[in-house]
Design a binder for this molecule. Structure first.
Ligand SMILES: N[C@@H](CCC(=O)N[C@@H](CS)C(=O)NCC(=O)O)C(=O)O
Length: 237
């Protein structure tokens, strides 16, 4: 068997496994499309050097306009091309491998961006809650970088109770954007908006632990639909 010709660059945890909500979106897309790939691990402080060494254009910028070198990044061997940014990767793979299932079926790329913006505004408080739970399972070199660059990752927030209440209300809002009989936004098949919500659920479960009170609570919300969504996407992890 020939080795996979697509490389996904990802950040490892201490057991050389994936954890990042951003990179897991690219993982979902590649597996959903059935495109074989191999993972190469980069610790946080090595990401910028890797981009510069390989002359890769950045997709993200920091609030002050400086380049922000981020993962996920893929290298598509047959086309000798690097692509970064989870939605850019999804759009690129939709176009480059047209015979595979679409992450943005029916041209929903713009709609997907609107859905994601609305989702972040509904459940954005979850980042403040999950970030401090992330550092312990990263390798020290990435953990130090994480704490230094993502201020809410330093400690559990004092207003955690209010934040959880706002996250719960946000998810209930989100539940109203999908038909109650469906798991996925577009019905039968998952698409990028599902991968986005799934990636946050994946990271939250991984960070608090599957047996934690917090995760058990989320599993019970909105008739169990979030647990069901994450479970339905598990085969694409
Ligand atoms: N919207 C981007 C966000 C990518 C992103 O922020 N990735 C994080 C990994 S979790 C990163 O590489 N950060 C590098 C850094 O903070 O220097 C995407 O979905 O690709």
């Amino acid at each position: 068997m020939s080795s996979p010709s697509i490389i996904l660059y990802d950040i490892p945890d201490k057991s050389n496994s994936f954890w990042s909500p951003n990179t897991v979106k690219a993982r979902y897309v590649l597996n959903f499309k059935g495109l074989p790939f191999k993972t190469e691990w980069l610790e946080y402080p090595s990401i910028a050097d890797f981009y510069k060494k390989n002359n890769i254009a950045h997709t993200e910028t920091t609030p002050d306009g400086a380049p922000h070198y981020t993962l996920p990044l893929i290298f598509d061997g047959p086309n000798n091309k690097y692509v970064s940014g989870s939605d850019q990767i999804a759009a690129y793979l939709d176009t480059t491998y047209p015979d595979t299932p679409k992450a943005f079926p029916g041209n929903i790329e713009g709609l997907s961006r609107a859905y994601i913006t609305a989702t972040v505004s509904a459940i954005g408080a979850i980042y403040t809650l999950v970030l401090p739970k992330t550092t312990p399972y990263l390798n020290p070199v990435s953990a130090e970088y994480f704490v230094a660059t993502k201020p809410p990752s330093r400690a559990d927030p004092e207003n955690a109770k209010e934040l959880w209440a706002s996250v719960k209300a946000g998810f209930t809002k989100l539940a109203g954007w999908t038909s109650p009989k469906d798991t996925f936004v577009l019905g039968e098949k998952p698409s990028f908006p599902d991968f986005f919500v799934g990636s946050i659920l994946f990271w939250t479960k991984k960070s608090f632990g599957k047996d934690s009170e917090e995760w058990k609570d989320i599993e019970s919300w909105d008739g169990g639909r979030w647990a069901k969504l994450l479970k339905a996407l598990e085969k694409y992890e």
